[in-house]
Each structure stands twice: as structure tokens, then as C-alpha cells.
Design a protein around this ligand. Structure first.
Ligand code: PBG
Length: 328
């Protein structure tokens, strides 16, 4: 190809032409909306570092789910803010806990949303780590037992998909075995397969109230941001253990990983556009430093280009509304 025979700008001349040759599309069918459920009723408290995102009691979650479904968003992922936290995250096994209660409340309605639950200890431990601590270390195998039980608690309440986000070794296998043994053969596992130790989770830790509690960091179990060969090994293990879908997290800083994972395994591959990614765009937009709507759309199409079939994003309702107003 060479100039002047080829002039790439010819295809960019008009909106019609640009639409005609567009390679990718953002579609609402690929969004999962994260939600934070807290105890009580009629509670709806904005997370200060995440404008537009709330900690909500189950009744309010149900109300927002109605809007989410009406917008054509297929699913939500629930994170729990329990009444009590302790070193072993015991409240995560409570059948009357915040997450099971919210699932049941959604199930009582006619809503057909896919209900996904985050399976992890960090929302339930007083130290904010994703596993139990024994002899000063995050104890992998003892954590697995709790995670498997937690996944069962969610499945019994009616979760469609469980999403382990802890990064313990062997957790997908432990959860699959527990689900199968209890007869939940159709409950799917969306594994946070390549999850990095990231500064971009900052606002999320405000949202679940673990920011102050967390001592140290998560680098003994979450991945080193310098590595992507390791991501392939992690994903391979999760698939071998029974993951139905795999996820890369965070999203935008790790698009190369999304692409490699998709190409290597051809599995349904998701990206999590995490709290920090959301808050950066929101903060810059609120300051008038960039066009928030355009930056949001541009960030989301990037996941499609990288090969993701879907994105977990706090922007889901906002984008869905835009797409409804003016379909691509
Ligand atoms: C729990 C979990 C985290 C996120 C999802 N699940 C935080 C963490 O690992 O510290 C982050 C999500 C976000 O930042 O939006 N393990």
C-alpha cells in the first residue's frame, strides 16, 4: 500500500462512510453492572470517590435493578457490605447475609437479570485481605474451604454465576466441586483469572469500607503488573479447574493481557473496568478537563478491540442510556 494510490482519509470523509467501515461496536448485551449492597432498608449512600455509585440496601438494589433491566443490561455483580466483619470473614457464610438477602429480593420480582456474585473474603474480613491470615501469611488452603462455602451460600440464594476474585490457588476447582456436589451443576463460574495487585482498586475499597482497615498489600496473591506470561498460566489453571468464563482485571491498563488471553484460549473473556478507571474519568469530566461521555465511550470500545466479549463497568447504565438514545 502506498500513497497517493491509497489515501486512508477517503474512508473517513463522512459519518456514513465511517459507520460503513467500523470494525467494532459497543453493545448493551455485553455489560455487567457492579452494585454494593449494605444492610437496612431505604439506604442509598453515594460513595464519595465514585460519583453516581451507591451503597444500597436490598430494597434499593431491587429498584435500581428494574432500571438496569429496562435499559437492556443483562446482568449485575453484587458486592456485600456486611453488618459485621471478623478475621475469618464469617459473615460471608451467613444465609441471611446482605448478598443472599439481596439475591432473594431480586428473585422475588419478575426481573430476569443475571445475578452474579463476587466470591471473596475481603469484604467480610476486618483486616481487608482476601484470605484468612495464619502465622502472618494469607493461608491459601483454609481460605478455599470458606470460599467454596460462600459460593454455595450464594447459589442457594439463587445466584446464576459466582465470580471468585480472591486469587487463591485452586479456588475455582474447590468451588466447582462444592457446587457440583450440592447439585448446582448449572451455576457458572466467572473467574477473576488474571487479577493484578493494582492501585486502581482504591475507590472500591472506599465503597466496601476496607480502605482504612487494610494492612499491607495484596502482592502475595494478586499478580505483579509487570507480568503477562504469568497471566496465561493463571488463566490456563482456572480453565482446567472448571471456569466457564475468564476475566482480566483491571481493564484499560491491561488490554494487552485481554488480547493475549483471548487469542490463547478462545474462552469467553471479560475485562473489569475497575473503580479507579471509572473515578479518573468522572473526576476529570467534573473538572471540565475532558469530555466525560466521549472518554467513557472510547474506553469501552477499547475492550472490544482487545477481544473482550463483555465488560464489568460502573458506566453500564450511562452507556446503555446513550445507546438507547442514539443506537450505533
Ligand atoms: C475483591 C475485589 C476487589 C475488586 C473486585 N473484587 C478489590 C481488591 O481486590 O482489593 C475491585 C473492583 C474495583 O476496583 O472496581 N477481591
Amino acid at each position: 500500500m502506498s500513497f497517493p494510490l491509497h489515501r486512508p482519509r477517503r474512508l473517513r470523509r463522512t459519518e456514513k462512510l465511517r459507520n460503513l467501515v467500523r470494525e467494532r461496536e459497543i453493545n448493551t448485551a455485553g455489560f455487567i453492572y457492579p452494585m454494593f449492597v449494605c444492610p437496612g432498608t431505604k439506604v442509598r449512600k453515594e460513595v464519595s470517590s465514585m460519583p453516581g455509585i451507591h451503597q444500597q440496601s436490598a430494597d434499593q438494589i431491587v429498584e435500581e435493578c428494574r432500571e438496569v433491566e429496562a435499559l437492556g443490561i443483562p446482568g449485575i455483580i453484587l458486592f456485600g457490605l456486611p453488618e459485621t466483619k471478623d478475621p475469618r470473614g464469617s459473615s460471608s457464610l451467613n444465609a441471611d447475609g446482605v448478598v443472599p438477602k439481596a439475591i432473594e429480593a431480586i428473585r422475588k420480582t419478575k426481573l430476569k437479570l443475571l445475578v452474579i456474585t463476587d466470591v471473596c473474603l475481603c469484604e467480610y474480613t476486618d483486616h481487608g485481605h482476601c484470605g484468612v491470615i495464619e502465622d502472618g501469611e494469607i493461608a491459601n488452603d483454609h481460605t478455599l474451604e470458606i470460599l467454596a462455602e460462600q459460593a454455595l451460600t450464594h447459589a442457594r440464594a439463587g445466584a446464576d454465576i459466582v465470580a471468585p476474585s480472591d486469587m487463591m490457588d485452586g479456588r475455582v476447582g474447590a468451588i466447582r466441586a462444592a457446587l457440583d456436589q450440592a447439585g448446582f451443576l448449572d451455576v457458572q463460574i466467572m473467574a477473576y483469572a488474571a487479577k493484578y495487585a493494582s492501585a486502581f482498586y482504591g475507590p472500591f475499597r472506599d465503597a466496601i469500607g476496607s480502605a482504612k482497615a487494610l494492612t499491607g498489600d495484596k502482592r502475595t496473591y494478586q499478580m505483579d503488573s509487570a507480568n503477562s506470561d504469568e497471566a496465561l498460566r493463571e488463566v490456563e489453571l482456572d480453565i482446567a479447574e472448571g471456569a466457564d468464563m475468564v476475566m482480566v482485571k483491571p481493564g484499560m491498563p491491561y488490554l494487552d493481557v485481554v488480547r493475549r488471553v483471548k487469542e490463547a484460549f478462545g474462552m469467553p473473556t471479560f475485562a473489569y473496568q475497575v473503580s479507579g478507571e471509572y473515578s479518573m474519568i468522572m473526576a476529570a469530566a467534573q473538572n471540565g478537563w475532558l469530555d466525560g461521555e466521549k472518554a467513557m465511550m472510547e474506553s469501552l470500545i477499547a475492550f472490544k478491540r482487545a477481544g473482550a466479549c463483555g465488560v464489568l463497568t460502573y458506566f453500564a447504565p450511562r452507556v446503555a442510556e446513550i445507546l438507547r438514545r442514539s443506537p450505533p
